[in-house]
Design a protein around this ligand. Structure first.
Ligand SMILES: [Zn+2]
Length: 365
């Protein structure tokens, strides 16, 4: 008699679109210093390779461009921002044609209006990019618009699969999205993929976005600030000493119409596994106790919490990602994973696979 082998019968859709590779700025300005761009194409490609190795995963092709109207983005973004992204990409393309020796051309915002009357003047100038950005980390090149739209489309596709009855989906979104607000880009983000997915999932009823990236999901918080039907939870490094510095504090609990529907769990910069899992328990309790009942979950997954990440300070070990997945999966809520940050190129794939294995464990019991 052979040993009974447990069969993995439930396959998990993984979404990937190679056009993200066209968005590849060479450098960023980090506190005024010109340094190599951290948010690079291999981040997503390594995750694809690692997830493909799981025998219960099925990689689906991206939707055709015409499947999602650009107007879908207006659920979470100001049309003026969308126009700006599209026009700036077109402009970069024209400038590359005119000055081929400059290629690739990426526009970096560098002057930022801090008062409305300053914005009026700046919006009329060629340097208006600072009216739509809160920092310099999201430059726009000729393929940026198509790449960010492709990334958003994956999240939208993932939401569609959950609407159709899937219990677990992973969207390998790149560029990431959780720092992008209604009318403002920054932190390598342009379109808020997780929020777009959430806006579509509201067709199922109230739900939640849980953000486990190292950095506060300021854009997601802002988009749903006054929406009592979307519980937004972010577990991140304390903004008192980490990016984005201006939001992510515990006292930010939601707008007038949605008091208690935003929960920030800031953790110490040098947080270890046990500290993190304690923070996660607070999130789990909030998910269980939220009224109205939650019928879907978007997990904004960043792997820059890893001890291996070159840009961040948390000290999370590899196995804890599986534990995080297992705990969230134990809730039994249909979940769309939307990829956010994570800059350890030799680790992202493995950590994504561990997280997905943990989430999948419950579904496969
Ligand atoms: Zn991050």
């Amino acid at each position: 008699m052979g040993k009974k082998v447990k069969q993995k019968t439930i396959s998990v859709p993984v979404l990937y679109d190679q056009q993200h590779r066209l968005h590849a700025p060479l450098y960023e300005y980090d506190r005024g210093l010109k340094t190599p761009y951290q948010e690079v194409p291999p981040r997503a490609d390594h995750v694809l390779v690692a997830l493909q190795e799981l025998d219960w995963v099925k990689v689906l092709p991206p939707l055709k461009e015409e499947t999602m109207n650009v107007e879908e983005l207006f659920a979470v973004h100001d049309p003026a921002l969308i126009n700006h992204l599209r026009e700036s990409s077109d402009l970069a393309g024209l400038q590359e044609l005119d000055h081929p020796h400059l290629a690739p051309v990426y526009h970096y915002p560098w002057i930022f209006p801090v008062r409305n009357e300053m914005m009026r003047g700046l919006l009329g100038s060629e340097e208006k990019s600072g009216c739509f950005a809160f920092d310099t980390y999201s430059p726009i090149g000729k393929h940026t618009w198509s790449a960010v739209l492709g990334s958003a489309r994956l999240a939208w596709q993932g939401a569609g699969l959950i609407l159709a009855g899937e219990k677990l989906v992973y969207a390998i979104c790149r560029p990431p999205g959780h720092h992008a607000g209604p009318d403002c880009i920054g932190g390598y983000c342009y379109l808020n993929n997780a929020s777009l997915a959430a806006s579509r999932l509201l067709a199922l009823g109230p739900g939640a976005i849980v953000d486990i990236d190292y950095h506060h999901g300021n854009g997601t918080q802002e988009i749903f600030w006054n929406n009592p039907n979307v519980l937004t939870i972010s577990i991140h490094a304390d903004p008192a000493d980490e990016y984005p510095y201006f939001s992510g504090f515990a006292e930010e609990t939601g707008g007038e119409d949605a008091k208690g529907a935003n929960i920030n769990i800031p953790l110490s910069k040098n947080c270890m596994d046990a500290d993190y899992l304690q923070g996660l328990e607070l999130a789990m309790n909030a998910l269980k106790n939220f009224t109205p009942h939650i019928s879907w979950l978007v997990l904004s997954a960043g792997f820059d919490t890893s001890m291996e990440d070159p840009t961040c300070f948390f000290q999370l070990s590899d196995p804890v990602y599986e534990e995080i997945g297992r705990r969230i999966g134990s809730l039994g809520i249909p979940t769309l994973v939307v990829q956010e940050g994570g800059y350890a190129l030799n680790k992202n794939g493995e950590l994504a696979a561990r997280l997905l294995q943990g989430l999948h464990a419950k579904a496969d019991e």
